[in-house]
Design a protein around this ligand. Structure first.
Ligand code: ZN
Length: 488
């Protein structure tokens, strides 16, 4: 767990005794409670790592992540998906150095006021967790915490608060997920212990390293359980159980030193993480990773609408597939600077199109697409292509497609156990694409259709669709028509 508290305890010299006796596991002071059984597994992995008998099932572990964005029912709150992509770019690169190739299996958004904090985490997990992936929940706020891993539910919870939502926090919590205890394990809840003589913990000479603290031998003693800045000069001097003075390693990710101090895992920690995957997390190795995990190096090519006027009620945005892109960030904004405050809509999609039907008449909009790869989200920053267009005060009409005389969707509203009939009358034969979009602008069905020069009917299956507003969209070489469809 990483706490939000920023207590400045440097220079505080007190002589007192603190710490836990050997073998005693601290209570649930931290959201990340490690049981004795978990600690014994770390110890066993360390011992095998030290004597050279620890094996590894594969040279590099491909690990899928499901990133859940927990928003309010009205779509506000949660964590800006662009921020998530930018931060996870760093997280993925960091773990790649340790032979763990994290990749984004899916990014999901949940709009539910009852789920905007971790209080119902058990329920949330039951309903939303994706099997065989690391489930990571991004909340707007976790009071007092930046994030934690809970062994009980086997999920990570993170706060979107900018002070907290950092690569260091996420790398730390994933470290817990892969079995790593804090380097100060055993001192949880006892403060910084600067200048404090303790009675337990790891000896500076390393003689009890496999059986005390984090039970990993190449992480030196660390008695600080507070978030403190890196000691400079004679900063935070600590004492081990024999009274031997030392300065802690402030660079270890599993310590509580500030984000600007921490930057590394040790080899011993890496070995423990690999062993955890092999022993307890083989489910993460079940899914086949995407064939292409290479970074995107090109900017998206936008197709439409660009510098044109469009009927305001339904606008189809499209762009070309970008080499190596497996996901796209799409955004509509009121200003060319893409201010977060003036964002109209945004989504993460695997498609190369999006339909919006809540734009205003006679308004100029800006839109952009940032392509990225599931195994490397770094390109979501800096490879943006953008365009603009203006809406008219007109709605989409059949005369927008040359030759088209009539376009009807019936019945409307429709029950979700009835078929929908799409009727067209055309003066000429043409090839089209019939698609159905949901309220989030996501295409949920698409098929090629051949329109003849007379009456045409096509059936659309809406069986099992959730009640709500949908759009039936028919696209031809020289234009498109759309109609709202209410499913009840
Ligand atoms: Zn922690």
């Amino acid at each position: 767990m990483k706490s939000i508290a920023l207590l400045l305890t440097i220079g505080l010299i007190t002589i007192s005794f603190s710490g836990f006796s050997q073998g005693e596991v601290p209570s649930d002071w931290c959201g990340t409670q490690f049981t004795e059984e978990m600690m014994n597994k770390v110890q066993s992995a360390t011992e095998r790592h030290m004597n050279g008998t620890l094996t590894k099932s594969q040279p590099i572990y491909d690990i899928p992540m499901t990133l859940h964005n927990m928003r309010n029912t009205n779509g506000t709150g949660g964590v800006d998906p662009l921020t998530t992509l930018e931060v996870f770019c760093e997280v993925i690169e960091f773990y790649a150095q340790h032979d763990i190739n994290l990749y984004i299996h899916e990014m999901k958004t949940w709009d539910n006021d009852n789920w905007t904090t971790d209080q119902a985490l058990g329920t949330i997990k039951l309903i939303t967790a994706e099997d065989n992936t690391v489930n990571i929940y991004n909340f707007r706020d976790l009071p007092g915490l930046c994030g934690y891993f809970t062994p009980q539910y086997d999920v990570l919870a993170l706060t979107g608060n900018s002070q907290c939502y950092t690569q260091e926090t996420i790398i730390h919590e994933l470290g817990h997920y892969f079995a790593l205890p804090h380097t100060f394990f055993g001192f949880e809840g006892t403060g910084s212990n600067c200048g404090v003589y303790v009675t337990s913990g790891e000896r500076v000479d390393g003689s009890n390293c496999a059986t005390s603290a984090d039970r990993i031998c190449d992480t030196p003693p660390d008695n600080s359980a507070d978030r403190i800045p890196c000691p400079g000069g004679n900063g935070c001097q600590m004492y081990d159980r024999d009274g031997v003075a030392f300065f802690p390693d402030v660079t270890n990710i599993m310590s509580y030193f500030f984000d600007n101090c921490v930057n590394q895992f040790t080899e011993g920690q890496r070995a423990v993480m690999h062993n955890k995957i092999d022993e307890d997390r083989q489910d993460l190795l079940v899914l086949t990773p995407p064939a292409n995990l290479n970074p995107v190096t090109e900017t998206a090519e936008l197709n439409s609408p660009l510098d044109v006027e469009k009927p305001y009620d339904q606008v189809l945005f499209s762009w070309d597939a970008t080499p190596n892109a497996t996901l796209y960030y799409f955004e509509i904004n009121r200003v060319a600077s893409f201010s977060t405050a003036l964002r109209v809509a945004s989504t993460i999609t695997e498609e190369t199109q999006y339909v919006s039907y809540d734009l205003n008449p006679s308004t100029t909009y800006y839109w952009r697409v940032l392509p990225f790869n599931k195994g490397n989200s770094c390109s979501a920053e800096g490879t943006s292509a953008s365009g603009s267009f203006t809406t008219t005060d007109q709605e989409v009409a059949v005369e927008d497609v040359e030759g088209l005389e009539a376009f009807e969707v019936s019945p409307n509203p429709v029950n979700n156990n009835q078929p929908v009939t799409v009727y067209l009358n055309s003066k000429k034969a043409m090839d089209g694409q019939l698609s159905l979009y949901n309220i989030a602008g996501q295409r949920i069905h698409s098929e090629a259709v051949q329109v003849t020069a007379s009456d045409n009917t096509f059936n659309l299956d809406v069986q099992g669709l959730a009640a709500g507003l949908y759009v039936v969209h028919l696209e031809f070489a020289d234009g498109a028509v759309q109609q709202k469809l209410i499913v009840q």
